[in-house]
Design a protein around this ligand. Structure first.
Ligand code: ADP
Ligand code: MG
Length: 637
């Protein structure tokens, strides 16, 4: 961390810590305290929504479980705070796991429904289990004691602040570790995540449980803060508010979560007071106008796009002076703001300002050990046959995309797989990597059956691949993409990550160096900090190769790596593929450029309408009658 950042952080902490002393107004102290508590929930919710890209409508329920764990423990056994907080975290995490394990088998609207049902059930349970929770009556409690000292309002505020800072540090470290990259990757491309050995399902559940634990902590803090809890608080409206806060503040940023928390706490108050609302609207219009002006000046935004937020906020400010009473309009304005954000500020307020000011995430290059060999797999000994597929049938309805195909790939070779469009080449790759389960037939890789295993398991056993339609983690940098491929070589756990223990630090340093070496290997060394989606198409293909190599595979499947590449790029690619083979990695190459196939491949198999029509040395195959016929009028080049 650099000095400026540290100083800024210290200043922010001092300001927040000093606020109760400066203000002295219990109402405002409580308001800021609530913002901090909500922010803890939102840090967690953002992991699920912002990073893994799942929807949760169950977080108010989880928040309630945290509050009630603390409440019930105090009611029944008069538990002290150093018991209630950890208990709330643990209990809520367990509930989170119970929700996540079945729920995360589904996605999209179904997931929303399941989590919504969970939230509702929790609320009903709290209401009905009177023997434990006192039901609708609620539980009254007092501020906690710490080391025999009864905390007053201000001291409790500081306790919340400490929890907020700890949560912030924890989440920040988590998201910058291999775990955070796994979360982000599965949003970017679930298929690619699985094929990089990062089990999508497992990491979704993991993210959800961590998120629940944070909601639990926040819930227990909330119980002490309000000194009264009742079932009605943890309702659907609160869940929607949480989601809204993430969307408005901006996903994937801690600042966004803090801002979002401030908005959902303050906005209802703002909308209650016309004067304050007018000031708020003017300030907002001003901020938006300045950001847009800066963005336009830097050529980051064109006039048409920029006009909408400016006009929107100006209109809001104008309307605020027309309004006589606010109460009637409260909900409509709230709804309008939401719509506005969803349509025009998709990265939230923080995302918008960042883009406008052109703030970029910098990746610092750590060169120690960068010389480490990019490819570490030594020439493996052992049997000559690395892969053997026998009688593979892949049926989609009536279509036999693969019809009784046999394929044997020798260790250390480059095996070409060619055929006209739609002949089943990509389907074969998907069968080999577990994306499709073949209707019949078997695949054996390095002496082990592939059938019936998950993609991530197959990937970890040594098969890496690229995709015909590039599947990168678009919002992540080139370096981070490769680091996801290196996920398998991280051994440190959540504790190592949270506390930055030496094991994690060493591992992180080593793997970053390896990732840089791999980028250098494919000639992308200078683009390490660039977001994958911003790379030119040809470079994206090379990045996919680097990411696949990070898996340290025995077998690399390349699905039309030269597609869309310029002639000089193709030459470079040839060189790279040769080097990969020389490092001892076996390659299956699907390619349309015949010259590439002819110069590179040791053996070639030809598919046509799902059947293998020829196989042999490149020259033999090219002279084959059936092959010529299959390609006649095709795209042979
Ligand atoms: P190639 O990569 O050789 O161009 P593919 O393997 O992509 O061909 O496709 C082979 C055939 O299988 C095509 O007719 C394609 O439409 C069909 N196919 C591939 N995947 C699916 C799927 N998931 N569902 C239905 N049909 C599919
Ligand atoms: Mg294909």
């Amino acid at each position: 961390m650099n000095l400026k950042k540290a100083a800024l952080g210290a200043l922010a902490i001092a300001a927040v810590a000093g606020f109760p002393l400066a203000s002295g107004n219990p109402y405002y102290i409580h308001l800021v305290e609530t913002i901090m508590i909500y922010a803890i929930v939102l840090f967690g919710l953002d992991i699920v929504v912002g990073y893994t890209g799942q929807v949760s409508l169950g977080h108010a329920g989880l928040f309630g479980i945290g509050a009630y764990t603390a409440g019930v423990l105090i009611l029944k056994i008069d538990a002290p705070v150093y018991l209630t907080l950890p208990a709330a975290i643990a209990v809520t995490a367990v509930f989170g796991a119970m929700l996540a394990l079945p729920a995360l088998r589904v996605t999209g609207p179904y997931l929303a429904m399941v989590t919504l049902a969970f939230g509702t059930i929790i609320q009903i349970l709290i209401n009905e289990m009177t023997f434990l929770t006192e039901g609708p009556m609620g539980i009254t409690l007092t501020k906690p004691e710490l080391f025999g000292h009864q905390l007053d309002e201000t001291e409790y505020y500081w306790l919340v602040m400490v929890c907020l800072i700890a949560s912030l540090a924890f989440v920040h470290r988590l998201l910058h570790s291999q775990l955070g990259r796994a979360f982000e990757a599965l949003r970017g491309s679930p298929v690619a995540s699985d094929c990089m050995g990062v089990s999508v399902y497992r990491y979704k559940v993991y993210a959800f449980v961590i998120s629940a634990a944070l909601a639990g902590l926040a819930g227990s803090l909330y119980a002490y803060s309000e000194q009264y809890i009742s079932p009605n608080t943890y309702n659907f409206e609160l869940t929607v508010m949480f989601l809204l806060a993430i969307i408005m503040g901006g996903r994937k940023t801690r600042t966004g979560a803090l801002l979002g928390a401030a908005i959902i706490v303050m906005l209802p108050k703002l909308l209650d007071d016309l004067e304050v609302f007018r000031v708020g609207a003017i300030v907002l219009a001003f901020i938006v106008a300045v950001s847009v002006a800066v963005a336009m000046k830097r050529g980051k935004m064109n006039g048409q796009v920029a006009a909408i937020p400016v006009i929107g906020t100006l209109a809001l400010a104008g309307v605020s002076f027309k309004l006589e009473t606010m109460t009637d309009w409260r909900l409509s304005i709230f709804g309008l703001i939401t719509l506005f954000v969803v349509y025009y500020l998709q990265d939230g307020i923080v995302g918008f300002v960042r883009q406008a000011l052109n703030l970029k995430v910098r990746t610092e290059r750590d060169t120690t050990g960068a010389a480490a060999a990019a490819l570490t797999r030594a020439n493996s000994q052992g049997e000559q046959e690395l892969l053997k597929a026998s009688g593979v049938l892949m049926q989609f309805g009536g279509l036999k995309a693969l019809n009784n195909v046999d394929l044997v790939v020798q260790r250390g070779s480059i095996h070409g797989l060619i055929g006209p469009n739609g002949s089943g080449k990509s389907t074969m790759m998907n069968v080999l990597t577990g994306i499709y389960q073949p209707t019949a037939g078997s695949v054996v890789f390095a002496g082990r059956a592939v059938n019936g295993r998950t993609s991530s398991d197959i990937a970890l056993s040594g098969i890496a691949r690229t995709f015909q339609n590039v599947q990168l983690f678009g919002e992540m940098t080139a370096l981070q993409n490769v680091l996801v491929g290196l996920h398998h070589s991280f051994k440190s756990n959540l504790l190592d990550v949270a506390l930055h223990l030496p094991r994690y630090k060493r591992e992180d340093r080593e793997q970053r160096a390896r990732a840089h070496a791999l980028l250098d290997f494919v000639g992308l060394g200078d683009l390490a900090g660039e977001e994958a989606r911003n790379l030119p198409y040809g470079k994206q293909r090379l990045l996919e190769i680097a990411r696949a190599l990070a898996l340290d595979p025995q077998l690399l499947l390349l699905d039309e790596p030269a597609a869309g590449l310029t002639a000089p790029d193709i030459k470079e690619l040839l060189e790279i593929i040769r080097k990969i083979r020389d490092a001892g990695v076996t390659v299956i190459l699907i390619e349309h450029h015949m010259d590439v196939v002819m110069t590179l491949c040791d053996r070639v198999s030809v598919l046509d309408f799902g059947q293998k029509i020829a196989e042999g040395l490149p020259a033999e195959v090219r002279a084959d009658e059936k092959v010529i016929e299959a390609y006649l009028g095709g795209q042979a080049s």
